[in-house]
Design a protein around this ligand. Structure first.
Ligand code: FMN
Length: 405
């Protein structure tokens, strides 16, 4: 008999009570060029989140492929301090995966060459960012609307990457009237991408509603390169469900790991056919937070690290008793040694709250009307690279205003 999640102590949401863990041989490692990734899990690139300290932490919980947040090619090439820091790695990070963001084939090619020379193992390009500032200039999720432009960009990366695999990450399209993912998948394949990742929402949907997993199945039947499914994997069971329902080759996990790095251990467990261990209670989570705060402070400096830590504390404590009250004190958090005392009045014996398993994190439920440049849709065969931020000052302002997507 296969173990089902209703057995054992795991505080599982009822929704998943009928999902069996993987049986032996049910899933194969995800093949991205020469990389065989097991479990077939890719950590989603997330701006302001997937920096080296958090990647290192998650890696200690489980295996998979851990992507950097998006790094602006132009910023990286101009030596912008933050772009270079965010693209950096350490010798322990293997395989090393970097997500590139840019819309000039020359810049992309140059950045790819530099990263390959540094020993990067995998490169991804972001064609899914829905942020108005990005799409308004024809970047991010606006790019797949112009197939020839997209082809130029992917091709430039692939040509310059040599044996290092390049993957594409995208959304379903701009909105329900402008769906692009099937053609974009075909272009990715044709231009030599090693795999294609699809977030089952349009740019207009942002993070609202539920991701459309049917689109992932559709894409899978449309291309012969591996397909990575993305959207709404909150629990390890969702990853199994997505793989089984869509036939995708691997999953990309985003918001589910915010304040829950042990999700990677759970994913490794269920793909290896084991029931996952019970998630940590508050006591252990406080230790995890302090460890996280120390790592961020070492990497970014204490001021910047602790400023970032404020959002992390609110994610780590989601669903725990008194968490709303706790969040109100976070704006004063400036030093690592202030973190533990924040929990002085809490019941540290509180177990991980079942209700927190599927609480949304980081992004709200609003939708948007996607802003494109004037006349953008007049000539879809145009392959002129859109203008993005160019000078160092423009790049710095740009990076401050981005939160990915
Ligand atoms: C805070 C945040 C930052 C993000 N930044 C990026 C990014 O830099 N590059 C990218 O391709 N997607 C980015 N995304 C989108 C995620 O990679 C992923 O596609 C999305 O969250 C859907 O997956 P999920 O439902 O598992 O969260 C970001 C998402 C969040 C929540």
């Amino acid at each position: 008999m296969e173990a089902t999640p209703s057995e054992g102590p795991y505080p599982l949401s009822d929704l998943k009570a009928d999902v069996p863990v993987a049986s032996a041989g049910e899933f194969a490692p995800l093949q991205i060029g020469p990389l065989a990734v097991w479990p077939p899990v890719v950590w989603a690139p997330m701006a302001g989140v997937t920096n080296l300290p958090f990647r290192a932490m998650c890696r200690e919980y489980g295996a998979g492929l851990f992507l950097s947040e998006m790094i602006t090619a132009r910023g990286f090439l101009l030596g912008n301090r933050l772009s270079v820091l965010l693209a950096s790695s350490d010798p322990g990070e293997s395989p090393r995966s970097v997500q590139v963001y840019g819309s000039d084939p020359k810049d992309l090619g140059e950045m790819v060459r530099a990263l390959v020379a540094e020993g990067v193992d995998h490169l991804d390009i972001n064609f899914g960012c829905p942020v108005p500032k990005v799409t308004r200039s024809g970047n991010g999720s606006a790019i797949p609307v112009k197939p020839r432009l997209m082809a130029r960009l992917v091709s430039s990366m692939v040509r310059n990457a040599g044996d290092v695999p390049v993957t594409v990450k995208m959304r379903m399209g701009i909105d329900e009237d402008l769906i692009t993912y099937l053609e974009a998948g075909r272009i990715a394949e044709q231009e030599g991408a090693a795999a294609v990742g699809l977030h089952g929402r349009t740019a207009s949907q942002l993070y609202s509603g539920e991701a459309d997993w049917n689109s992932i199945a559709e894409l899978k039947s449309h291309v012969s390169i591996p397909v990575l499914g993305n959207g709404d994997i909150w629990e390890s069971w969702d990853a199994l469900r997505m793989m089984r329902e869509t036939g995708c080759d691997g999953v990309i996990v985003g918001r589910g790991c915010l304040g829950r790095p042990w999700l990677f251990r759970e994913l490794a467990d269920v793909f290896d056919g084991r029931m996952p261990a019970t998630p940590p209670g508050l006591n252990e989570i406080v230790d995890v937070m302090v460890d996280h705060a120390e790592r961020l402070s070492d990497f970014f400096g204490e001021v910047m690290g602790m400023r970032q830590m404020r959002k992390w504390v609110s994610w780590y404590t989601k669903g725990f008793t008194g968490s709303a009250q706790l969040r109100s004190g976070l704006r004063h958090l400036e030093r690592v040694d202030q973190l533990r005392p924040l929990f002085a009045g809490q019941n540290l014996e509180e177990p991980f709250p079942r209700r927190a398993l599927r609480i949304g994190r980081a992004k709200g439920s609003k939708k948007q009307r996607v802003k494109l440049p004037d006349g953008y849709l007049d000539d879809l065969t145009d392959d002129t690279p859109p203008r993005g931020p160019h000078t160092l000052a423009e790049i710095e302002a740009w990076e401050r205003s981005l939160s990915g997507g």
